[in-house]
Write a protein that binds this ligand. Structure first.
Ligand code: PMP
Length: 424
């Protein structure tokens, strides 16, 4: 049974201000009432669906960049950073050259946090931390902060490579166990939430909200059945792609380099009552308290990366917030999945429809790896780059994060139809 279907009956709503549009995986051009265009294969950018959309086109640079991360950033953000680079706000310095304790950077990090709080409606019960070490470091930090010691149990839903890595790292600092695994199904599905074998003694239940490699995305979230009711999510690859009810989570963490900025900064949103209980062996840099007590300025933070994230948050707010952003993402993913499903088996997406990712769309060609290579090479010649699937799974993967313009996906879809027609 589809996880999303099971999930719709849960008492808590996943999304704040969910738009009226149908659930994302089923979204199509018509369902979102956007004009269905027949895109030609050309480098001409097609207008984004909303007139209020800022210019966010890698297409303006001659390529559409489908990389999984580091990934394409909004062009207007890059241009603003370029304009401010050499002399930041009249300081005579770039933001990379000034003290992280000076008034300019202080204003930048405070605004970044405020805008992120506004975007995700982060409640006062939760702290926002700007950290380093990537999401990979959080794989250790989470059990170090939430478990009293290595014999404390923790539950993991293993739905793909990333949650598997999180689980394996957590085993070093907790008695982590697998509450559900999608391995036998080659990570193409999520469980009905009742099938997750939760241990009531676990300190937390961990999920990866979007598996970047396998393209599996939670559309709703399981209720943690542990005594403290703690749900932890690695949201690296769908962070800020849609509204999320933050109050349901003990910890959300995300590397910035997919949807919200450059690599180098990792954002953690942590329920405040979970801060301050780290295991004694916890390195000072991995203790949430260190960063919460010092407003993410305990040591030198990744200043430039935080500044860029701030510009992205501003841009997302200017687009109307995450409900609007989600509509655009659903439409983009909808036309891509529709093309795959309408190809008569020429293109194959193995992921169960109800949990298909809006961010990372993996697919194969029935004609085999040689044709996939040809597809990727020809697409690159047409200006659509970084379409190769992750080295561990092969195939093709189109990462279509917030900053991927609709025109880029329309161009890809047109190319897919043309490639199929030319290579029946
Ligand atoms: N989790 C997910 C879902 C990811 O996609 C990635 C990176 N691709 C990571 C964790 C690891 O992130 P980092 O490279 O920032 O450590």
């Amino acid at each position: 049974m589809a996880a999303a279907a099971a999930a719709t009956s849960t008492a808590h709503s996943l999304l704040l201000q969910r738009p009226a549009a149908p659930r994302a995986p089923a979204a199509t051009a018509s369902s979102l009432r956007l004009p269905a265009r027949s895109a030609k294969i050309s480098c001409t950018a097609v207008a984004a669906p909303s007139a209020s959309s800022p210019v966010t086109g890698a297409g303006d640079r001659g390529v559409y960049n489908f990389a999984a991360g580091p990934a394409t950033l909004p062009l207007n953000v890059l241009k603003r950073a370029q304009a401010e680079l050499v002399d930041y706000h009249g300081s005579g310095m770039s933001i990379m050259e000034m003290s992280h304790r000076g008034k300019e950077f202080d204003a930048a990090i405070k605004k970044a946090e405020a805008d992120l709080r506004a975007l995700l409606a982060v409640p006062d019960t939760h702290a926002v931390l700007f950290l380093q070490g990537g999401a990979t470091t959080q794989f250790a930090a989470v059990p170090l902060n939430l478990c009293a010691g290595p014999s404390d149990p923790a539950d993991f839903v293993v739905s793909g490579s990333w949650s598997d890595k999180a689980f394996k790292e957590a085993k070093k600092f907790s008695a982590a166990s697998v509450a559900w695994s999608g391995k036998d199904g080659k990570y193409t599905a999520l469980p009905p939430f009742d099938d997750i074998k939760q241990n009531p003694e676990a300190r937390f239940l961990h999920i990866c909200s979007n598996e970047t490699i396998h393209g599996v995305e939670f559309k709703d979230y399981p209720e943690p059945r542990n005594k403290s009711g703690i749900l932890v999510a690695d949201m690296s690859s769908n962070f800020c792609s849609k509204p999320v009810d933050v109050s349901r989570f003990g910890v959300i963490y995300a590397g910035a380099q997919k949807n919200v900025g450059p690599s180098g900064v990792t954002i953690a949103i942590v329920r405040k009552d979970l801060i301050g209980n780290a295991q004694p062996i916890t390195p000072v840099m991995l203790d949430f308290k260190t960063h919460a007590d010092n407003a993410s300025l305990y040591n030198t933070p990744p200043c430039f990366a935080i500044y860029i994230c701030g510009l992205v948050f501003e841009d997302l707010l200017a687009q109307g917030g995450l409900a609007e952003v989600e509509k655009k993402n659903a439409y983009k993913a909808g036309i891509l999945y529709d093309t795959i499903d309408a190809s008569g088996g020429y293109y194959i997406c193995p992921v169960e429809k109800s949990v298909r990712s809006l961010m990372n769309v993996p697919f194969t060609l029935a004609k085999g790896p040689d044709f996939e290579k040809q597809f990727i090479a020809e697409a690159a010649k047409e200006g659509m780059v970084q379409l190769k699937g992750h080295r561990s799974v092969g195939g093709v993967r189109a990462s279509i994060y917030n900053a991927m313009p609709l025109a880029g996906v329309e161009k890809l879809v047109a190319f897919m139809k043309d490639f199929q027609a030319r290579n029946p």
